[in-house]
Design a protein around this ligand. Structure first.
Ligand code: ATR
Length: 288
């Protein structure tokens, strides 16, 4: 008897660079599950059709990446509170009752900071640089960790204010001081320094400077870039040069995948092991 693997995929445009198929193949091997996971390059105007076709062909669920995360949230028939807050979904689960949307990006960064890096968020002062989709996806999960203070700073200040307003209720529930600051206020007061600084901006992609003054760092602060590879390097260099501990977003990538896998399969894969393997693979690739 042939056993057809349960089919999943990552839908995006572009998607060729995605490491998700490699990560999920390792999760399946290490947990002994019969799963296939492919890349799906989806036309920019064809996301909803593509999802429905994949589900009709027997697909069990998918990850969603740029630029479809907002559409994924809209298309779903049910959604988690995390999706409602972020307005974006990165995980769809196909069930008998429709399509359920979740967002595991925030859970991924929290797991990587607290478990893999061993840095608690509870009671700490956190700075979020950026107020786009990446920042929105993480903010709810960060607040649930009950930091003492969470400050959002963005080039376009109004977007930081909107993001803070959207999360005000959740922050109050967890007794977190949540506020938006503009760049001038951030730079003008040396008391604005933090235990954890998260770069959720795309500034390095355009070769721009790190969008924060070094005064935000304390000795030994954790400076975290949501990106990995060359895109994260300017921020990581800046952080190390000013005495902070720097970490890229590779662990967030693996941990968000692990959260998606757990939603689909009801089983938690050994994510720390897969992260170590992926880091070794990337180092080998970079050396060639
Ligand atoms: P993503 O989904 O990756 O978050 P996005 O929604 O386009 O992408 O958001 C990109 C973020 O990087 C935004 O916070 C953006 O600031 P604006 O809201 O002012 O556009 C930030 N960003 C991009 N380029 C930047 C730069 N050169 N300096 C500072 N911030 C920048």
């Amino acid at each position: 008897m042939t056993n057809t693997p349960d089919a999943y995929c990552v839908m995006g445009n572009p998607v060729a660079h995605s490491r998700s198929p490699w990560i999920h193949a390792r999760f399946a091997e290490l947990t002994g599950q019969s799963v296939s996971y492919d890349r799906a390059l989806v036309p920019l105007d064809g996301f909803a059709d593509h999802v429905r076709e994949f589900a009709a062909r027997g697909g069990k669920g998918c990850n969603v990446t740029v630029p479809f995360k907002l559409q994924a949230a809209e298309l779903a028939t049910s959604a988690s509170e995390r999706v409602r807050l972020a307005g974006a979904a990165n995980t769809l689960v196909f069930g008998a009752n429709g399509i359920h949307a979740d967002n595991t990006d925030g859970l991924g960064i929290v797991a990587d900071i607290t478990r893999n890096a061993g840095v608690p968020i509870a009671g700490r002062d956190v700075l979020m640089l950026g107020a786009g989709g990446a920042a929105a996806g993480a903010l709810g999960s960060l607040l649930e960790q009950k930091p003492r203070r969470l400050v959002v700073v963005n080039r376009t200040h109004a977007k930081a204010q909107t993001l803070v307003q959207q999360h005000a209720e959740l922050a109050a529930l967890h007794r977190v001081e949540l506020l938006a600051l503009d760049h001038k206020s951030l730079a003008g007061d040396l008391n604005h320094n933090f235990d954890i600084i998260i770069n959720a901006t795309a500034s390095s992609l355009s070769g721009a400077e790190v969008p924060a003054p070094p005064s935000v760092l304390r000795a030994g602060s954790l400076a975290y870039d949501m990106m990995y590879g060359p895109a994260a390097q300017p921020f990581l260099d800046w952080a190390r040069n000013h005495g902070a501990v720097a970490r890229d977003g590779l662990g967030m990538l693996v941990e968000q995948a692990a959260e998606s896998y757990a939603l689909w399969r009801g089983i938690r894969p050994p994510s720390a092991r897969v992260l170590a393997e992926l880091r070794a693979l990337l180092l080998t690739e970079a050396a060639h």
